[in-house]
Design a protein. Structure first.
Length: 173
């Protein structure tokens, strides 16, 4: 989307407006709050109906890259919680977003670890030697089953589901 100062990009969630100020950000609407995570640039958060216990307006400061704000929904009596996230926390907050993972001559163990960081279904390599297999490929982070089919069809592996959240990969005999 092209930037246009006359038509700013605004996300509205239950009366909370998040305005882009040359940025990339994530907004998550929960049952009791709106969470804003800024990955680059700055955003301004407006909550026009929020009034503190003393009658003053509740103000959310402009947020910069690496910051998170949690704005309570309903009658606000306290300022929103604002925190600065380190790199790991930022990645965890955004892990739900599918991404293209691009690998060049990477060990299968590293690729599996990356899938496992981003998905509720975890891959397990039954034999350590399987993890040494090297691949150059790009995969969508949310396509675990497609990746498993590729391992079975092109790399001579077998996959076995254990429960609903684990897939064991092993060399086919």
């Amino acid at each position: 989307m092209a930037k246009n100062k006359e038509r700013p990009f605004i996300v509205s969630a239950s009366g909370v407006d998040v305005r882009a100020v040359g940025t990339a950000f994530n907004v998550r609407l929960g049952g009791k709050s709106v969470e804003v995570v800024v990955t680059e640039g700055r955003v301004r958060v407006d909550q026009p109906a929020a009034v503190a216990a003393d009658g003053s307006a509740v103000v959310v400061p402009e947020l910069g890259a690496g910051q998170r704000a949690e704005i309570p929904l309903g009658p606000a009596t306290a300022a929103p919680l604002v925190a600065t996230l380190d790199g790991t926390e930022l990645q965890q907050r955004l892990a739900w977003q599918p991404r293209l993972m691009d690998f060049t001559d990477a060990p299968l163990a590293d690729i599996v670890a990356e899938f496992n960081r981003r998905n509720p279904v975890h891959l397990v390599l039954e034999q350590p030697v399987v993890g040494e297999l090297r691949l150059s490929a790009a995969f969508r982070s949310d396509n675990v089953e497609g990746f498993v089919r590729l391992m079975e069809s092109d790399f001579g592996m077998r996959a076995e589901w254990r429960g609903g959240t684990e897939i064991v990969l092993r060399k086919a005999r």
